[in-house]
Design a binder for this molecule. Structure first.
Ligand SMILES: [Zn+2]
Length: 287
């Protein structure tokens, strides 16, 4: 059996990648000292000094060099938010370069850039890093978001947290998670490489702002999942609108809301946090 085998549920159409080999991947405790961290300079995955760095994941969820790791900073104790506008801008530059390089492959239709931050949502190494998956198809959710009649920024001012000249950050109308913010350009752009210099900097700036607010929302840094929805490398997605989703399961400090039986069973969600209230709280957290 290959290391990764996609299977499709015959009734629901759900795609599940069976990745038995990942059971043996390393789990490093959060407090493991920087000297043994594989992502610190001199470590297994970072032999030479770097500012940002990418490499092929040793424990891929899919076969065929489709899974990469992105190191945000050589500083083990940094966070994405703490990198500041310049540091986040360098990460965006690397996201952009890897997206276009992977997307140029004949066997890649869609590239997903993402980050899992925090041990409670499965980040196995605390050094600030993200990942990239390059798919040979466009996954269902991504196709809905980025296809015809797909996602576009909200026109409802009550949902907008903050904005600058080219970017806005808003809470979704019907978020699955208690904490959810979506960042997007005000004008339609399909992928990161279409952003000009000013928009690129505005994106770094609003990411720094939103991540900082999220880290202060519950008085301590929250676990979060972040991913970038970009136009697929296949026809039929001409109207795609680039956006970055950030969600957290925390409804209060150290109090995750678990996606539970009725939600998995019925596919409908129950969110105890009113999105309009989350907007108010996030707005109040300005510097
Ligand atoms: Zn490290």
């Amino acid at each position: 059996m290959p290391e990764s085998q996609p299977r499709i549920d015959p009734v629901l159409g759900t795609t599940v990648h069976i990745v038995g080999g990942r059971q043996s991947r390393p789990n490093l405790p959060d407090n493991r000292s920087a000297t043994v961290c594989p992502f610190c300079v001199g470590g297994l995955e970072a032999p030479a000094p770097y500012e940002t760095r990418w490499f092929v994941n040793r424990w891929p969820a899919m076969d065929g060099d489709r899974c990469e790791v992105i190191l945000y900073s050589p500083d083990h104790d940094a966070s994405f938010a703490s990198l500041g506008v310049d540091g986040i801008g360098r990460v965006i530059d690397l996201w952009t370069e890897r997206t276009e390089t992977l997307g140029a492959r004949d066997d890649v239709d869609f590239v997903l850039v993402f980050e899992n931050r925090g041990a409670s949502i499965g980040a196995t190494i605390s050094h600030p890093h993200g990942q990239i998956y390059a798919y040979d198809h466009v996954p269902q959710r991504s196709a809905r978001l980025l296809g015809p009649n797909g996602w576009a920024p909200t026109a409802d001012e009550r949902l907008v947290v903050v904005g600058n000249d080219t970017m806005t950050a808003a809470v979704p109308l019907a978020p699955v998670y208690p904490v959810a913010v979506t960042i997007a350009p005000r004008l339609r752009v399909g992928r990161l490489n279409e952003l000009g210099g000013t928009a690129r900097r505005d994106l770094a700036s609003i990411l720094a702002d939103v991540l900082d607010r999220l880290d202060r929302l519950h008085g301590e840094p929250i676990p979060y999942m972040l991913w970038v929805n970009q136009r697929p490398f296949t026809a039929g997605f001409e109207d795609a609108w680039l956006n970055i989703e950030i969600v957290s399961p925390w409804r209060a400090a150290n109090l995750p809301r678990y996606i539970a039986a009725a939600e998995i069973g019925a596919g409908e969600y129950f969110n105890p946090v009113v999105p309009e209230d989350l907007v108010v709280r996030l707005r109040e957290l300005r510097d």
